[in-house]
Structure formats: structure tokens, C-alpha cells
Design a protein around this ligand. Structure first.
Ligand code: SAH
Length: 220
């Protein structure tokens, strides 16, 4: 079987991405800006080498430290629900491989991303600048705390399943801002969209079932 060169982004990869985008359209993703970003980000460079030949399959894969790179459909769905605009300040909880971070940067967002697993934090911090996504800022810490010095954010994206809606993060959201969060226990979560309507109020809507690794407290 052909083994991908780690740093190369070939015509073959681009072809596989075009096919992935067609798969995502069939599955109901309509946001052209999101599809365009997914068409540009070389997912194979964010994958663990054992799974590199499956980079453009619409599946989640292990990335080390017991974590996963999200399924492209899930990345597309969450990003579309967030309604990212150019220059938005976006806080991402769960950097993981950094793939979702790259999709947000590709869409023109100013991204602040937090990871609680040191190994993944260090890896993403070296991968993204090499690919030209060095504008993102990386933080090692517990995402439940957010990043108060850079608050408030236009958007907050949580890429791990949270048992509760984190009030501390909602307080770091601008009025009119949107938070997308998989909400539930470790067996299944429903995708929730929170729209902050005033300093003390927000509206919650539900957008289907998903399965994420859990959002955990503290750091490793
Ligand atoms: N966005 C990632 C998805 C990674 S899976 C990607 O595209 O690859 C979710 C990640 O959330 C894991 O790396 C996990 O370690 C991290 N995580 C879980 N709880 C967290 C918390 N409280 N703060 C920061 N990161 C957290």
C-alpha cells in the first residue's frame, strides 16, 4: 500500500479531500465556507502515523493520550453551527490534534485553543505553525477555566463531551456570541447551541446526537 510522506500534500491528497467534501455534502453539510476550509486543511498531517492511510475517511481516529481526532462530519457540523466570521475571536476547548484549530484559522478566525494533555498541547503547538496556521494561540490548562485575559470571545467551541454547561465559559462569551457544546455523559451527548442574549441570559437549542471523549477537569 502507498505510504504517505508525512509533510507532503500531494494531488492524491487533494483528490481524497474533494471526495471527502462530496461525502459531507451528501450527509447534509451545506456551509460552503466550512466545506472550503475542510478542502484546504491537510488532515493527514494531523493523524497518528498508524492511521495515516485513513486520513480522508469520515471517521474519528486515535491520536495518543487516549484521545481522538474528531470525525470530519463532526468538525464540519460544529463549525457550521458556530457561524464563524472573519476576525471572530474563537475559544476552542480541546486542541487535540489541532485539526479543528486549523479549520477555524483557515476560515479567518483568531483562535485561542486550550488542551489539558501536555503531550497533545506540545505536538499541536509545533504542527500548526509548520503548516502556516501559526496565528492560533495555544494554552495548556483546564478548559473549564477558559482564558480570562483574552475574554470575551465571539464564539466558543467545545470539542469534548461535557456533563454540565460550563457557566464560567458562558461568562467569557460576548453578548450575541455563540457556544457549541456536546452535552451529556460518556455514553452519548446531544449537540447544544448556546446563544448569549444578555449578561445573565442565554438560549439553548439542541442539534442531534454525537459521541465525544469526555471533557475532564484539571490537567495531565
Ligand atoms: N479538536 C480536536 C478534538 C480532540 S478530542 C481535534 O480536532 O483533534 C477532545 C480533546 O479535548 C482531547 O484532546 C482532550 O484531551 C481535550 N480535553 C478534554 N477535557 C478538556 C479540558 N477540560 N480542557 C482542555 N482540553 C480538554
Amino acid at each position: 500500500m502507498h505510504q504517505f510522506n508525512l509533510m507532503e500534500d500531494s494531488y492524491r491528497h487533494k483528490g481524497l479531500r474533494r471526495k471527502l467534501i462530496e461525502d459531507l455534502r451528501v450527509k447534509g453539510i451545506k456551509d460552503e465556507r466550512v466545506l472550503d476550509a475542510i478542502g484546504k486543511v491537510p488532515r493527514h498531517i494531523f493523524m497518528d502515523s498508524s492511521f495515516i492511510n485513513f486520513s480522508y475517511k469520515d471517521q474519528a481516529f486515535p491520536i495518543g493520550a487516549g484521545q481522538t481526532i474528531s470525525q470530519p462530519y463532526t468538525v464540519a457540523f460544529q463549525t457550521a453551527l458556530l457561524e464563524v466570521s472573519m476576525m471572530d475571536k474563537v475559544l476552542e476547548i480541546g486542541t487535540g490534534s489541532g485539526y479543528q484549530t486549523a479549520v477555524l484559522v483557515e476560515m479567518g478566525a483568531k483562535v485561542y485553543s486550550i488542551e489539558r494533555q501536555r503531550e497533545l498541547y506540545l505536538k499541536a503547538q509545533s504542527t500548526l505553525p509548520r503548516l502556516g496556521y501559526g496565528k492560533a494561540m495555544f494554552f495548556f490548562g483546564d478548559g473549564y477555566q477558559g482564558v480570562p485575559p483574552y475574554a470575551p470571545f465571539d464564539k466558543i467551541l467545545i470539542t469534548a463531551g461535557a456533563a454540565e454547561l460550563p457557566e464560567k465559559l458562558i461568562s467569557q462569551l460576548k453578548i450575541g456570541g455563540r457556544m457549541v457544546i456536546p452535552h451529556g455523559d460518556n455514553k452519548s451527548q446531544t449537540m447544544k447551541l448556546i446563544v448569549k442574549t444578555s449578561e445573565n441570559d442565554y438560549e439553548v437549542s439542541t442539534h442531534g446526537n454525537f459521541l465525544f471523549v469526555p471533557m475532564l477537569k484539571g490537567t495531565e
